[in-house]
Design a protein around this ligand. Structure first.
Ligand code: ATP
Ligand code: MG
Length: 248
């Protein structure tokens, strides 16, 4: 591991689960022991603070104590333009100088210019409907225009009439679905309690899927990643008991 691996979480459609995935993936990587920064670039409708229980919105690097995740929540901007220039510079400087293993960037759906900047990887979040897939394809094309490789994550997947099948989605994208998470409304419980879902007992299947995704990314940068994950359960339980102490 020599350099920071940056991942932009993207879609051109709102509400597909970008922030939910970004927060929980970042937490999972930090539990595994990777130095991780979660950078929120959505200044139109910021959400990271709600997940992490920090409702002030100071735009500086903060630490989520239970796991050591570092994060920069967004401040609501008066402008409808999500690309606040100072934040773009701050993000670029953190990627360059921050000595992180991973930087994960949560984006705003209507803000397209950020997608054309260079990141190492794009994680395109889609739902099983045509509109979000079309938005995902557009996001993928933009992220790939900078030379980055993209992965597709199907969120809110469910067996339902009118939902697109895996085969249809993979044909649309011309690439396999790399990760998935089912629809689980108990994710809302975590949002209500301001504790990231992977640190709760809610939506256990979602948590397994996120933890698996964290391993996939860890394997991309670290040949010893399996060793790092040996203590995952222990660290997870330690973080959970830390949260209980903080809640008292
Ligand atoms: N797998 C899932 N099952 C059930 N609900 C989900 C799932 N993923 C996300 N949600 C819910 O969908 C809503 C939107 O999710 P989220 O805020 O992560 O999307 P987003 O793409 O970041 O939206 P925005 O474009 O507004 O930033 C939230 O209420 C979240 O709890
Ligand atoms: Mg969001």
């Amino acid at each position: 591991m020599t350099k920071t691996y940056s991942i932009i979480i993207a879609s051109i459609k709102g509400g597909v689960g970008k922030t939910t995935v970004a927060v929980n993936l970042a937490i999972a990587l930090s539990i595994a022991g990777y130095k991780t920064l979660l950078y929120e670039m959505d200044t139109v409708n910021p959400g990271v603070g709600y997940h992490l229980g920090k409702l002030d919105d100071e735009s500086r690097v903060q630490v989520y104590k239970p796991t050591g995740l570092q994060y920069v929540p967004a401040r609501v901007s008066e402008s409808s333009d999500a690309m606040v220039p100072e934040r773009v510079s701050q993000l670029e400087s953190e990627i360059k100088n921050g000595d992180y293993d991973f930087v994960i960037v949560d984006t705003q759906s209507a803000e397209k210019s950020l997608l054309k900047k260079h990141f190492d990887n794009g994680l395109i979040i889609i739902n099983p409907d045509e509109q979000s897939c079309a938005a995902g394809i557009m996001a993928k094309d933009m992220v790939e225009s900078s030379g980055a490789k993209c992965n597709i994550m199907l969120n809110r997947g469910f067996e339902k009439p009118y939902a697109l099948s895996d085969k249809e989605i993979e044909e649309m994208f011309g690439t396999p679905i790399m990760a998935r998470a089912e629809e689980d409304l108990s994710l809302r419980k975590s949002l209500l309690s301001h504790v990231p879902n992977v640190l709760t007992e809610n939506a256990p299947k979602f948590n397994d899927q996120i933890n698996k995704l964290a391993r996939v990314y860890a394997a991309m940068i670290d040949e010893d990643y399996a060793q790092k994950f040996e203590n995952f359960s222990k660290e997870l339980n330690r973080a959970k008991s830390e949260i209980k102490k903080l809640q008292k």
